[in-house]
Design a protein around this ligand. Sequence first.
Ligand code: OXD
Ligand code: MN
Length: 592
Amino acid sequence: MALTKNKAILDWVNDQIALCQPDNVVWIDGSEEQIEDLRKESVESGEMFKLNQELLPGCYLHRTAVNDVARVEHRTFICTPTRKEAGPTNNWMEPSEMRAKLNALYDGCMKGRTMYVIPFSMGVVGSDFSKVGIELTDSIYVVLNMIIMTRVGKDVLDAHGDNPQFTKGLHAKADIDEENRYIVHFPQDNEINSVNSGYGGNVLLGKKCLALRIASYLGKNEGWMAEHMLILGIENPEGEVRYLAAAFPSACGKTNLAMLIPPKEYLDKGWKVWCVGDDIAWLRIGADGRLWAVNPENGFFGVAPGTNVKSNYNALMSTKANTIFTNVVHNLDNNTVWWEGLDKNPPTNAVNWKGEKWDHTDGSKGAHPNSRFTAPAIQCPVISPEFESPKGVPISAFVFGGRRAKTAPLVYESFDWEHGVFVGSIMASETTAAAAGQVGVVRRDPMAMLPFCGYNMGAYFNHWLDMGNRIPNRPKIFNVNWFRLDDEGHFIWPGFGDNMRVLHWIMKRAFDEVDAVETEIGYMPYPEDINLNGIEDEVSEEVLKDLLSVDKKMWMEDIESIREFYSKFDEFGTLPKEMSDQLNALEERLKN
Ligand code: OXD
Ligand code: MN
């Protein structure tokens, strides 16, 4: 039975029922009783495995189809009325053409299946900051993941009342046919369509689809920002907490940074780090003139491989109960899970992510490299006391970063907001040996939003510039690089918890508590202002000098690659002049 009288919601749901023709329709009310019934059903059908409830209470394992293990950027579309609105970095199709294609795929696709109606809120239920969506899906796995990742249930509908504004999300597994897999956004209609996939990033429509692509579009029109950023708070020994938001492309350790454990030197003095979010930030200007951020999600959808007690203790602890694991190894001896990098004891009686009997001695990987855990955020040992705050936390610094072997120094600060937007726009990461393809190839990924910006990226840079003009008390903007290599290819910065030392300098700069050196690329620390107590052996004065050096020749080469990237926007006439002016100014400074 429908859980609302909201006419806009009912009309849209009924239209999709007529299109997909499910045998049954079930509204998700969010009650523990209903959720437990769904878990039971999914175990009976083989969609999920119930894991050892003594060792992993409330935990389940799921395996996706082998052809369906990651986000599909080449099949992700932004369907705006004109090509120009989607811009040069998004796939585009004319909306009516795309709708005709999708309607043919959806037509009768849920015959013999159940449609679940999931009312969900991104952000705390009822907060002005939050957005409501309805996801329709034929997958119990999606329902159970959405219940962890978002706030789901009747409360959401009750708080929404008869408000006709909501994000419409339709997901159907259909045949998991790669050739007909589409992840489509109609920003003007506040609508998302996903078909022929069962993998998280493509089907948990609250996450990348709503909270980034649709929300970035809404944010531009409504005067706020939706960013691919973690949010963390740093508490000093006096108990004052300062917050930053940071954007990194994938494979740069965003979840690790979000839950960082400070070095012993800091812990002993009483420093603490609080995690507000690990992936997405929604930011608005507060009445006090500062920029306030909330994490619109309610859980973590983290990459499992490489997560261990040392790399991310807090993430690992978050997964010890009420977690759904996807595409990891199933240890049959004790009915638990395992992945590469968890520990040095791979199970011998096990099943790999494909569902095959697996023995690590054959050299194959047991867990898919993109295997995941879906865990409730409140289980994180360092979840911020402000996590549920409807107004969020005040941001004092933005941090951009990427993986650069040589070009980018450990840290630098932009000269001002406009220069900071430029620094974000030229963000880049070098490919690693872990991924297929050439190693060391530079990929531009402005603000880590390249796959997630729901409109023309040139207009998005402009929105950043506009916001800068409207925020009375602007956060300062920084760039970091944890991945500098020496000539033999070894990392020269220890990273992980020691990144706290750099965040410490960033926060001092944000509050004008320390001087800096002015260089061609921005403000940089005096070496003595980076606290190396306890790691002097690893990071000598010499190494620190190297970490903070600017190689002008490499920067000049980078300028060429930035020009090439910027030229993509020429055809659309959308790159703000401020960005090309900044690039020219940087070139001038480097030449002199
Ligand atoms: C993610 C991503 O899964 O950015 O968060 O790809
Ligand atoms: Mn992400």
